[in-house]
Design a protein around this ligand. Structure first.
Ligand SMILES: Nc1ncnc2c1ncn2[C@@H]1O[C@H](COP(=O)(O)OP(=O)(O)O)[C@@H](O)[C@H]1O
Ligand SMILES: [Mg+2]
Length: 236
């Protein structure tokens, strides 16, 4: 990559949650840079702050201290409207429990963020179909989530996260609810997005077989980044 600007840069990020009249310090000064086009796995024991960090990166929550730059913009300088636009159009978020709407079909779930972004109906339909084909679900367009397997639901959620052509995907334990082989399919899909489309990906995982497929593994412990290593080198 010769784009100079990192996709993500954090400096001294601290996060306190108010709790029982005092505070829980979930992050204790996180410095992290992710280059455009990287595929990074964040690992670490339960409670070390992985989800907290991801939520801050997505602009879902605010840091107590420190700076977060996303795609060249400082999150603290954005107003609520600008943050919503960033979340809607430039950052895709994938959750452990899929978070699909059960009353909508797979295609309608994928169309939803496009409807929110004002994409005309015909274009929405065509793109939803195209995305569901990309994730291998072109024969499930009219199925509702309760009639899909966990792996299929997660693939719909990935298609939805791609709807408005984001530049960055954030995923929190995306294979946590899936069996090994199904989880493997999800990671293969992430690899394809990274290789074929140059998508920048940051995924939290406690599954070592997921982490080793990423281009870099960032290790967290007790609210801090304590290591960063490249498990294998890849062709440029
Ligand atoms: N809303 C909250 N209120 C109070 N404490 C919280 C809240 N969310 C998370 N925490 C605490 O912050 C720490 C980090 O949590 P989290 O980011 O969810 O960790 P991880 O995703 O690595 O398991 C934990 O000690 C957790 O109990
Ligand atoms: Mg978590």
């Amino acid at each position: 990559m010769n784009r100079t600007e990192p996709a993500i840069r954090t400096r001294g990020v601290v996060k306190d949650y108010p709790y029982a009249g005092s505070a829980v310090r979930a992050l204790r000064g996180v410095d992290l840079s992710v280059a455009a086009g990287e595929f990074v796995a964040i690992v670490g024991p339960s409670g070390c702050g992985k989800s907290t960090l991801l939520n801050l990166l997505a602009g879902i929550d605010d840091p107590t201290e420190g700076e977060i730059e996303l795609l060249g913009r400082s999150l603290t300088t954005l107003n609520e409207g600008e943050r919503s636009a960033l979340r809607l159009r430039e950052v895709g978020f994938i959750f452990q429990r899929f978070h699909l709407l059960a009353v909508l079909t797979a295609a309608e779930n994928v169309e939803l963020p496009m409807a929110e972004a004002g994409v005309p109906r015909g274009e929405r339909r065509a793109r939803a179909r195209e995305l569901l084909e990309y994730v291998g679900l072109d024969d499930r367009l009219g199925h509702r989530p309760p009639h899909l397997s966990g792996g299929e639901q997660q693939r719909v959620a990935i298609a939805r996260s791609l709807a408005n052509r984001p530049r960055l995907l954030l995923a929190d334990e995306p294979t946590g609810e899936l069996d090994g082989r199904t989880g493997e399919e999800i990671i293969t899909l992430f690899e394809r997005l990274n290789h074929e489309q140059g998508m920048t990906l940051v995924t939290v995982t406690h599954d070592p077989s997921v982490a080793t497929r990423a281009g870099r593994v960032v290790e967290m412990r007790d609210g801090r980044v304590v290591g960063s290593e490249t498990p294998h080198s890849r062709a440029p």
